[in-house]
Design a protein around this ligand. Structure first.
Ligand code: SF4
Length: 297
């Protein structure tokens, strides 16, 4: 059985077997679970289809969350893109709208795929599906990309809990962005080195992002953060495919993220006791919602 606990081990195994990272990931998963590679790919396909369904529903809805804080930003973006005035080209527009479409489905309690978490669910699907549509990539390419994203998240999670309550938003939206960057390089048939560079560059530059949800809801700043970090993933992939490398190796970046997560005050780890949650407006929203919940109950 293969031992793959670090990115270095993943890279070395892939290089020595002359395989892509997704091939090693699916082979490893198959050996660990005793499920065939075909069945694993079928399961990934089901997740991909669930992501596509969430995007479709999200693009069609303007329904706000129960709090009333979020839910119509995707519709606003779509409206803007109809005008033909956007700074973004079509693929970027899709990445941004698909990220909002998915995360807004999450706050409507719709079905989404946590990747790696519900609060960061918009990033990976937006990048893979929007780019696949834009370049005409086939389903197998999308599955390869999603497996690549998965193994990035899996290896980070060996050292760092993927939860805002443990390590801040760097470990949710930050990791999702790195997963998406790596997936995007795979879609463009980049090398294994470029795939890991994309993840490394993305992770490194999101380090220290705090988790400070207003009123304890996965809405503010979470929704917009999905849009920003989906676009950010494209930057990571572009840099890597240009041959730009991270000076710090990715395993060391994850160690540093863990350290930063441990040093982060508990007030900035999902407790809503700091950051945006305790701004004047954040506290006002929190008090108003507390009153609203009382009346509902
Ligand atoms: S701010 Fe916190 S709750 Fe919101 S997505 Fe990030 S980690 Fe999750």
């Amino acid at each position: 059985m293969m031992k793959i606990g670090t990115f270095q081990e993943l890279f070395d195994t892939a290089q020595s077997e002359n395989k892509k990272i997704y091939e090693i990931a699916q082979q490893n998963e198959s050996e660990n679970t005793e499920i065939s590679v075909e069945s694993i790919r079928e399961k990934v396909k089901q997740n991909l289809n669930a992501m596509k369904a969430a995007i479709k529903l999200g693009l069609e809805s303007k329904e706000k969350s129960i709090s009333g804080l979020c839910g119509d930003d995707c519709a606003k973006l779509l409206e803007r893109y109809k005008s033909g005035n956007s700074l973004f080209s079509k693929p970027y527009q899709k990445v941004l709208t698909y990220a909002f479409a998915t995360i807004e489905q999450n706050l409507r309690m719709g079905k989404i795929v946590a990747c790696p978490t519900a609060g960061s669910c918009g990033i990976v699907p937006a990048v893979i599906i929007a780019v696949a549509e834009s370049i005409g990539a086939c389903e197998e390419t999308e599955i390869n990309a999603l497996i690549t994203a998965g193994v990035i998240g899996q290896i980070v999670s060996n050292k760092l809990a993927l939860a805002g309550a443990v390590a801040g938003c760097q470990s949710e939206c930050g990791v999702a962005s790195a997963m998406a960057a790596a997936a995007l390089v795979e879609m463009y048939n980049g090398s294994n080195e470029q795939i890991l560079s994309a993840a490394a560059l993305t992770l490194k530059n999101i380090m220290g992002l705090v988790c400070d949800p207003v009123a304890g809801l996965v809405e503010v700043p979470c929704v917009k953060r999905n849009g920003f970090l989906a676009i950010y993933a494209v930057t990571g992939a572009e840099l890597a495919m240009a041959g730009i490398k991270s000076v710090i190796p990715i395993d060391e970046i994850v160690d540093a993220m863990k350290q930063v997560g441990e040093m982060m005050s508990p007030q900035l780890k999902e407790s809503s006791e700091g950051g945006l949650a305790t701004t004047k407006t954040g506290l006002k929203i929190s008090a108003e919602l507390a009153e609203k919940w009382k009346q509902i109950n």
